[in-house]
Structure formats: structure tokens, C-alpha cells
Design a protein around this ligand. Structure first.
Ligand SMILES: Cc1cc2nc3c(=O)[nH]c(=O)nc-3n(C[C@H](O)[C@H](O)[C@H](O)COP(=O)(O)OP(=O)(O)OC[C@H]3O[C@@H](n4cnc5c(N)ncnc54)[C@H](O)[C@@H]3O)c2cc1C
Length: 278
């Protein structure tokens, strides 16, 4: 295996353009796949750990620019994410334990494309964009459009994710992150949800809900959002939102949970969100 450790974007782009290579960030997904022989060892690896420009969190006005190589520990401790992305901080705190949080990156979570990736519902709920770079230039894609199917993304072989552009939570906005697994910690999600809302004069003036582990990719619960928008929070709305969410998710039964459980819990979580924010 040939391993490159570039320190500049140009260097990384040139390697990716000239050879078929696998990008390695924290390795917390890849090492598991390689060690268990689920994925074949690649001939060429581009280790991006030393690319400091990808490990920064910057304030860009309305959005936070979170470098793809930022770890969960960085996200948990950074004042910008603490102030403007509390739901992402809550999600980061539930990912693995400290060892994984020190090594796992947000770019790895996004590109790994697991429907159970815990940062993804937050990113979808807040309309995040993925910044993608290559020798051909830079493009941005809405996270919702980044996935084309189960574990499939729009990323081409010569491209890498350079950053996540995450709109800041507004001052009048509230957000929540809920992760349901077999245990309270160190568990893969059976259902994971992030929701945000703005309440004005007792009415829901804006809302965004992302749900994971309930479909082949993370989903934005647009039908449920539609039911909630412009409404006052009362028992009738809670019932309607719960029912819509239960119909909107498309879960399967697998080793971790059943379709019925996931539908029921998705409905319960949206009801919990409404009760908590009222
Ligand atoms: C014990 C354990 C517990 C875990 N717990 C959780 C959990 O609770 N929640 C959760 O969501 N995940 C969990 N994970 C999975 C994993 O830690 C996360 O998905 C993590 O974010 C992956 O990031 P990484 O940097 O380690 O990715 P890597 O393993 O380095 O890479 C993952 C994939 O992304 C690609 N990639 C990485 N960076 C880029 C980039 N910048 N551009 C293009 N492609 C890129 C790689 O080529 C690879 O295909 C756990 C893993 C372990 C081993």
C-alpha cells in the first residue's frame, strides 16, 4: 500500500486526479472495514490528517465553515459551534466515546454515508451544504442532494469534501437532538432526529427536521414540517405531527430494530420536540 500524507489542497487534488486512491481521515470507519475484510485494502491511500486547513472552524457570517477533517472533540470544544450549532455539539457528544471523538471527523461521517450517521440529521435540519474540491475547482451541494441512494454520494473519484457549511442557529431559534439506541452511550442509532423551530407569537414560524436510521439515507421530514408550519402547539398539532412523521419515515427491520419500533419512536420524538419547545 502506498500512503501519501499531503499538507496542501493542491497536493491532495493532484494525487486524487492522477491515481485511484482512498481518502483516510480519522480511520474510525475505514479501519473497521479493512480489519474485518469487509472492504478490500486499497493500493493507494491519501491520509488527510496533516491537512491543517481542513481542521478549522470559521465564522463566515451567516454560516459556520467546519473543515472536513474537524474531529468531534473540536466540535464539542469550539466556542463557535457551542454558540451557533448546539445541536451539532449534542450529536458529537453521543458519537462513540472519547477515543472515537478524538479521531472521527465530520467529513468522514458525511462521506461514509451511513443512514445512522449521527451528525447527518443536524446538518439536514439546518440546510447545511457540502463543499467539494478537486483540480477541476470547488462546488457546493446541499446535504440533502449529496446522497443518491444507500451509501451512495455524488462525490467523484478525484474529489474530496473540504468543508461543511452550516447555517448558524438564529437567536430566536430552538433546536434539539435525540438519539435512540440500545444503550445511552456507545450505541448505533435505531432512530436519530434533529429538529429546529422558531416560535413567533405562539405560532411555529420556521421548522426543520432531519431523521436518520429510518430510510436508505438521512431524510428531511418535509411533510411533517408542512403540518407544523404556521400552527400553534396544542394536542391536536402534536397528534397530527406524530401521525405524519410515522407515515413519512420509511424504515426497515434489521439487526438493530424493527420497522414498527422505528416508526413509533419517530412519531414519539416529534411529539417530544413539540412538548419541549412549547
Ligand atoms: C467504536 C466506534 C463507535 C462509533 N460510534 C459512532 C456513533 O455513535 N455515531 C456515528 O455516527 N458514527 C460512529 N462511528 C463511526 C465513525 O466513527 C464516524 O462515522 C466518523 O465520523 C468517521 O470519520 P473518520 O474521519 O474516522 O472517517 P474515515 O474512516 O477516515 O473515512 C470514512 C469514509 O469517508 C471517506 N472520507 C473521509 N474524509 C473524507 C473527505 N474529506 N473527503 C472525501 N472522503 C472522505 C473515506 O474515504 C471513507 O470512505 C463509530 C465507529 C467506531 C469504531
Amino acid at each position: 500500500m502506498k500512503v501519501y500524507s499531503p499538507t496542501s489542497l493542491q497536493e491532495a487534488y493532484e494525487i486524487l486526479a492522477s491515481t485511484e486512491a482512498k481518502i483516510l481521515a480519522g480511520g474510525t470507519d475505514l479501519m473497521v472495514l479493512w480489519n474485518s475484510n469487509v472492504a478490500k485494502l486499497p493500493q493507494v491511500v491519501v491520509d488527510i490528517w496533516r491537512m491543517k486547513m481542513l481542521a478549522q472552524i470559521d465564522d463566515e457570517g451567516e454560516v459556520l465553515r467546519i473543515g472536513a477533517r474537524c474531529t468531534y472533540t473540536q466540535i464539542i470544544n469550539n466556542p463557535l459551534t457551542k454558540n451557533f450549532a448546539p445541536a451539532l455539539v449534542d450529536a458529537a457528544r453521543t458519537i462513540g466515546a472519547v477515543q472515537i471523538q478524538n479521531r472521527g471527523t465530520i467529513g468522514g461521517n458525511v462521506v461514509n454515508a451511513s443512514p445512522a450517521g449521527d451528525s447527518l440529521p443536524v446538518l439536514v435540519a439546518f440546510d447545511a451544504k457540502v463543499e467539494i474540491g478537486s483540480l477541476r475547482g470547488v462546488r457546493t451541494v446541499a446535504l440533502e442532494q449529496f446522497y443518491t441512494g444507500y451509501r451512495k454520494t455524488v462525490l467523484a473519484a478525484d474529489e474530496m469534501v473540504t468543508a461543511i457549511l452550516l447555517p448558524k442557529q438564529r437567536e430566536d431559534e430552538v433546536s434539539k437532538f435525540y438519539k435512540i439506541g440500545t444503550r445511552a452511550a456507545q450505541a448505533i442509532s435505531k432512530v436519530v432526529m434533529a429538529a429546529r423551530a422558531v416560535l413567533q407569537g405562539g405560532l411555529i414560524a420556521a421548522v426543520g427536521i432531519g431523521v436518520g436510521s429510518v430510510a436508505p439515507t438521512v431524510i428531511r421530514a418535509k411533510a411533517t414540517e408542512g403540518v407544523m408550519l404556521g400552527r400553534q402547539i396544542d394536542d391536536e398539532l402534536v397528534t397530527a405531527a406524530r401521525r405524519t412523521m410515522m407515515n413519512e419515515v420509511k424504515p426497515i427491520t434489521d439487526v438493530r430494530s424493527t420497522e414498527f419500533y422505528r416508526r413509533t419512536v419517530s412519531g414519539n420524538l416529534v411529539a417530544k420536540f413539540l412538548r419541549e419547545i412549547v
